[in-house]
Ligand binder design. Structure first.
Ligand SMILES: [Zn+2]
Length: 274
């Protein structure tokens, strides 16, 4: 059975969020560690002890790093927040830390940004092998790193322990960046691009999203799968592709209530049963 999960919003506590994941009967989930008031969570030792065993009943637990860290920055290179998130990820029992590479704004060229991302990842990898580091492709262009999958190919060449780095493919971001996933041919070209850059083996996760934004718009407004420009047929084609079938799927829809999330997850599960 394929793992299909949801991004959950932290409304009160992490314990409540994990409880919601239970109720939704999802084997995997993802969340930010940002409180509703906009601060990085700082759970007490007591809370950590309480939550850790509860986390273990989910096959994979993805912590999405906040957007405060710009890994591709050539100016701000200390990344204290990211370090703290990685530390929390390990102590709370997350299996993966999902990161956007960021933008090389202020650098001479985008390549300097890729170098900066490699530097911070190599630093993190010196201490961390428990939580898998996952880089996600993004919708943005120009000086942003990770819109074009070729960026990740270049990045991998600069990583000391590439076996500890994995990738997340977000379908909405790929489309907004300019990969036309809405047609069968376009989807084939995209899978071929994956094979020749990061390889399918290095994909840890697919963020299965549709988008309200048009092809190449470089904008990022997620829609539920089938509700946007990529469309249900094409997304179904992608997730049922035999080469990608073992990769977990995670949905990041716009704000929905628990009942709507349940229905959405059931729909995607249904694709696999037809
Ligand atoms: Zn995503």
């Amino acid at each position: 059975m394929r793992d299909i999960g949801l991004h959950l919003r932290l409304k009160s506590s992490l314990v409540d969020l994990v409880h919601t994941a239970y109720e939704l009967q999802i084997p995997i989930f993802q969340c930010f560690l940002i409180s509703p008031s906009g601060f990085l969570l700082s759970p007490s030792e007591e809370e950590i002890v309480q939550i850790y065993p509860k986390m273990q009943s989910f096959a994979q637990r993805y912590l999405h790093a906040s957007y405060w860290s710009n890994l591709a920055s050539v100016r701000h290179t200390k990344h204290r927040v990211l370090m703290k998130e990685l530390d929390l990820a390990r102590r709370l029992g997350f299996t993966h830390l999902v990161m956007h590479p960021g933008s090389a704004k202020g650098a001479l060229n985008q390549k300097e940004g890729i170098d900066a991302v490699a530097r911070i990842l190599n630093t993190l990898l010196q201490h961390e092998t428990e939580v898998k580091l996952v880089l996600e492709n993004v919708a943005h262009g120009n000086m942003s790193v990770g819109g074009n999958l070729q960026d990740f190919k270049l990045l991998l060449e600069k990583i000391d322990k590439p076996e500890h780095i994995a990738f997340c493919i977000d379908t909405a971001h790929a489309y907004s960046y300019g990969y036309d996933l809405s047609s069968k041919d376009g989807m084939e070209r995209f899978i071929h691009e994956i094979q020749t850059t990061i390889s399918i083996q290095k994909i840890a996760l697919i963020h299965l999203n549709d988008t309200y934004d048009s092809l190449g718009s470089k904008r990022d407004r997620h829609a539920a799968p089938g509700d946007g420009k990529i469309g249900e047929d094409a997304l179904r084609h992608l997730v049922l592709d035999t080469r990608l079938r073992g990769i977990p799927l995670l949905l990041e829809p716009p704000e929905l209530n628990q009942e709507e999330l349940w229905v959405l997850k059931q729909n995607i599960m249904q694709w696999h049963n037809e």
